[in-house]
Design a protein around this ligand. Structure first.
Ligand code: PXP
Length: 246
């Protein structure tokens, strides 16, 4: 049965649109927690386009549920994680021009660097998850590097059009979950999940955490952050746990 981590990056996106002080992602995190979120996820990008250092510092002090820091393997950001010690980091690839994280981390090609980062995080007691596509080689490489968990990229599923294409992407995710379980990895999932497409993913009972951001922040404009989070939690609960895999 999966639990929800709310990614609050886009609360900060609205703030940064005016380089202002509001809306404050720290307030948003409290609202998510009050709605029953399992965790708060923020991506401290090297370009600081949304979440800023000040946000992560305050969130570390105020978030009572899990704080999941999404980050690249840049030295500067790794040092921040080592200093702040979030409960979990999710390692992602990062490109300057991208609108959002594109593709998964290449754990096979960057195996040496990944192992080193995992070692540094583990030295601080931080859980390490790697954001990857549901590809067997990538999953095995993440396990070999010592990752505790993987976050399966659900973008392919979310962007698929038509029942057949959606089903094909869902099957890739389920196959990825199976390989991850065989390799003793905890499995998370996220990217592009929303109130309409969450059902079949939430029904994959081996999934532990779902990281969802844009759809929740979008809905919060109309119903508030607490209600938007509560609505997503109740949908996840409605579809899981279940013996049904598709
Ligand atoms: N997981 C990862 C690794 C991400 O990079 C993102 C986007 O920041 C998400 C989950 C959340 O995606 P979305 O905002 O589409 O829900």
């Amino acid at each position: 049965m999966a639990v929800l981590n709310v990614n609050i990056d886009h609360v900060a996106t609205v703030r940064q649109a005016r380089l202002a002080e509001e809306p404050d992602p720290v307030w948003a995190a409290a609202e998510c927690e009050l709605a029953g979120a399992n965790g708060i996820t923020v991506h401290l990008r090297v370009d600081r386009r949304h979440i800023r250092d000040r946000d992560v510092e305050l969130l570390k002090k105020t978030v009572a549920c899990k704080l999941n820091l999404e980050m690249s393997m840049e030295d500067e950001i790794i040092e921040i994680a080592e200093r702040l010690v979030p409960e979990q980091v999710t390692l992602v690839p990062e490109k300057r021009q991208e609108l959002t994280t594109e593709g998964g981390l290449d754990c096979a090609d960057g195996a040496k660097r990944l192992s080193k980062v995992v070692e540094r995080m583990h030295a601080r007691g931080i859980i390490v998850s790697a954001f990857i596509t549901p590809d067997t080689n990538q999953i095995k490489a993440a396990a070999a590097a010592g990752c505790d968990a993987i976050e399966l990229h659900t973008g392919g599923y979310a962007n698929a059009v038509g029942a057949q294409a959606i089903d094909k992407e869902l099957r890739k995710l389920i196959a990825g979950v199976d390989v991850a379980m065989e390799n003793e990895l905890v499995v998370h999932a996220g990217h592009g999940l929303n109130y309409r497409n969450i059902g079949p993913v939430a029904a994959i009972k081996e999934l532990h955490e779902l990281n969802i951001g844009h759809s929740i922040v979008s809905r919060s404009i109309f119903v508030g952050m607490r209600e938007a989070t509560a609505q997503m939690i109740s949908l996840i609960d409605k579809y899981s746990p279940s013996d049904r895999r598709i």
